[in-house]
Design a protein around this ligand. Structure first.
Ligand SMILES: Cc1cc2nc3c(=O)[nH]c(=O)nc-3n(C[C@H](O)[C@H](O)[C@H](O)COP(=O)(O)OP(=O)(O)OC[C@H]3O[C@@H](n4cnc5c(N)ncnc54)[C@H](O)[C@@H]3O)c2cc1C
Length: 558
């Protein structure tokens, strides 16, 4: 058994920032991660991080307003204010810790424009911002002597007297399960992108933490709000960062028309993501697409800008679509990218389960509401990662360890042994996972309908039934990825069920939740969050009012 004041699950930007804050506040801290820390999915973030710096004539209030409008007024404005007010300091902290941000002609930190924002306020490191930030935070956690358990897989959260007091985790090298006892636990286990197929997310983004929190009674919020990014490659769902449009790239239909002028005449390609994705899907559905895509045209930016600022996405275009953006337009389409919802928290990361915190993509504060603005997620990870780390380490100072022992892992040991004992020959995880992903992508995508979502609900129930009999072929102990993928699928199905239940509940169109059968936003009845908790009978729905501080809902025009 391992004891620490604060246990952080996840070594992406949210987890690392939380660990650093907790260690800085005097706590003993352990971080558990199923992959090597700098392979966490934050590594893939390309375009940048938002902050309103006053020396650019920008104001945090303007950033907050753009975020509120981008969220289609579903974001909680008190939380958005916190995030936007603290953004500048976080970006400067990261620079001081060693992030080499790209510079402008005057030698200051450079900014680029991102969607849904009236001012260029996205700070960046070429098109690998997440990687640059993550490496710096990893160095910092080493410096602060945080214990990082790499390639350890958390199987469940531990509860005692109604409080979260640790977790069970498998050392993937040996297959052994161990108990981590903690005075506070911070879940920073990332998103659930791979519940959809395809997705821009890495194969590791399987919603484990969301599923685990749901199983111990945590409330999930805004789960129906799933972002489809406007520019993904058809072949494998890989992302072509919004930075391409931020630098001036155009979107064209099969007639060579910059079609965004019909949908967002002022902001054009830099309208918010839900608006651009809907516009693209409409062009494709009405026959003005090119093989199920529209075109991202960056040729006019010139080779120098592309090579300096869009290098990695140029390579992705060549490798996965056979198109070199310097010479030709790249075919792209909307693709699953991000979950705005997650484990419901307050601005200090506290969930409704005492002792359990959540931060980053796994959490829902809610600062993104119905639609996240590009480059606000990295900001969310840092601001709320730090706040969770501070609060959890303060809690640890006044809390004692629960009286649990290594026996607390017994339930998981028997669950996993039972799975391994099932005779070979039955169905493995792969087909169930693929059918789940394709179902979600068919019915919970850019446009949704009652009938489609009901089909998805029934299909997920069928898949859950099949999962109860799933077989793990590999009976080994060392790096048994067959077993890990099978465990992940269990959490993914919980997430899928919560998404569908929440989406069926919301009887209007708002942000990323666009229903063909209910196309209008309905503030009178639906200016509220859908909250879902787990019960024996299935997902249980309740509501939480949206917090409005200074920006009354208005019609959204870009
Ligand atoms: C291609 C791409 C580009 C993006 N670009 C941008 C951008 O430019 N700007 C922006 O703001 N946002 C961007 N985003 C979104 C942003 O990158 C993510 O939302 C954010 O990085 C998530 O960080 P996180 O710390 O919450 O989770 P992650 O970085 O995903 O980390 C999750 C951690 O949890 C661990 N974990 C998960 N389950 C378990 C388990 N069972 N046991 C142990 N460990 C576990 C993982 O090992 C990992 O360490 C992008 C997203 C994608 C997909």
């Amino acid at each position: 058994m391992f004891d620490q004041d604060v246990l952080v699950i996840g070594a992406g930007l949210a987890g690392m920032r939380a660990a650093l804050a907790a260690a800085g506040n005097g706590a003993s801290v352990a971080v558990i991660t199923k992959v090597y820390p700098v392979r966490s999915h934050s590594n893939a973030a390309q375009g940048g991080i938002n902050a309103a710096l006053t020396d650019r004539g920008d104001k945090w209030e303007d950033h907050a307003y753009d975020t509120v409008k981008g969220s289609d007024y579903l974001g909680d404005q008190d939380a958005i204010e916190v995030m936007c007010r603290e953004a500048g300091q976080e970006v400067i902290n990261m620079e001081h810790m060693g992030t080499i941000f790209s510079r402008d002609d005057k030698g200051r930190l450079g900014v680029r424009a991102f969607g849904g924002q009236r001012q260029a306020r996205t700070f960046f490191v070429a098109d690998f911002t997440g990687q640059a930030l993550l490496h710096v935070l990893h160095e910092q956690t080493l410096k602060h002597k945080v214990n990082v358990y790499e390639e350890w897989f958390v199987t469940s959260l531990l509860m005692e007297d109604g409080e979260c007091c640790g977790a069970v985790a498998m050392d993937m090298r040996t297959g052994q399960l161990h108990v981590f006892r903690a005075k506070a636990v911070i879940l920073a286990s990332g998103g659930l992108g791979r519940v959809f197929e395809p997705s821009t997310n890495a194969l590791i983004c399987t919603g484990d933490g969301i599923g685990q929190a749901y199983r111990v009674g945590a409330s999930l919020m805004d789960m129906e709000m799933v972002q489809y990014h406007p520019t993904t490659l058809k072949s494998n769902g890989a992302l072509m960062s919004e930075a391409a449009r931020g630098e001036g790239g155009y979107l064209l239909n099969s007639e060579g028309e910059r079609f965004m002028k019909k949908y967002a005449p002022n902001m054009m390609e830099l309208a918010s993501r839900d608006v651009v994705s809907r516009a693209e899907q409409t062009e494709i559905n009405e026959g003005r697409g090119v093989n199920g895509c529209v075109l991202l045209d960056c040729r006019h930016l010139g080779e120098k800008v592309i090579m300096e600022r869009l290098l990695t996405i140029r390579e992705a275009g060549i490798d996965f679509a056979g198109a070199d953006m310097i010479k030709e337009p790249v075919p792209i389409r909307p693709g699953m990218h991000y979950i705005m919802g997650g484990i419901q928290t307050d601005v200090d990361g506290r969930t409704n389960v005492p002792g359990l915190y959540a931060a980053g993509e796994t959490a829902c504060v809610s600062v993104h509401g119905g639609n996240r603005l590009g480059a606000n997620s990295l900001l969310d990870t840092l601001v709320f990662g730090k706040r969770s780390g501070n609060h959890a380490s303060d809690l640890a100072k006044k809390t004692s360890f629960k009286n649990i022992s290594d026996a607390a892992a017994e339930k998981d040991r028997s669950r996993i042994q039972a799975l391994l004992d099932r005779k070979a020959g039955g169905e493995m995880f792969g087909k169930i996972r693929l059918e789940m992903g394709q179902t979600m992508n068919k019915h919970l995508a850019v446009f949704r309908s009652q009938q489609g979502m009901e089909e998805a609900r029934d299909k997920i129930q069928e898949l859950k039934g099949r999962y109860d009999k799933v077989v793990v072929q590999d009976k080994g102990k060392t790096f048994n990825t067959n077993l890990i993928f099978t465990l992940e699928l269990g959490y993914m199905l919980e997430c899928a069920e919560a998404i569908v239940a929440s989406a069926l509940e919301r009887k209007e169109s708002r942000g990323a939740h666009t229903r063909t059968d209910m196309p209008k936003r309905d503030d009178a009845n639906w200016l509220k969050h859908v909250v879902v908790t787990r019960s024996e009978e299935g997902p249980k729905i309740s509501y939480k009012p949206v917090v409005v501080t200074q920006w009354q809902p208005q019609e959204r025009k870009y």
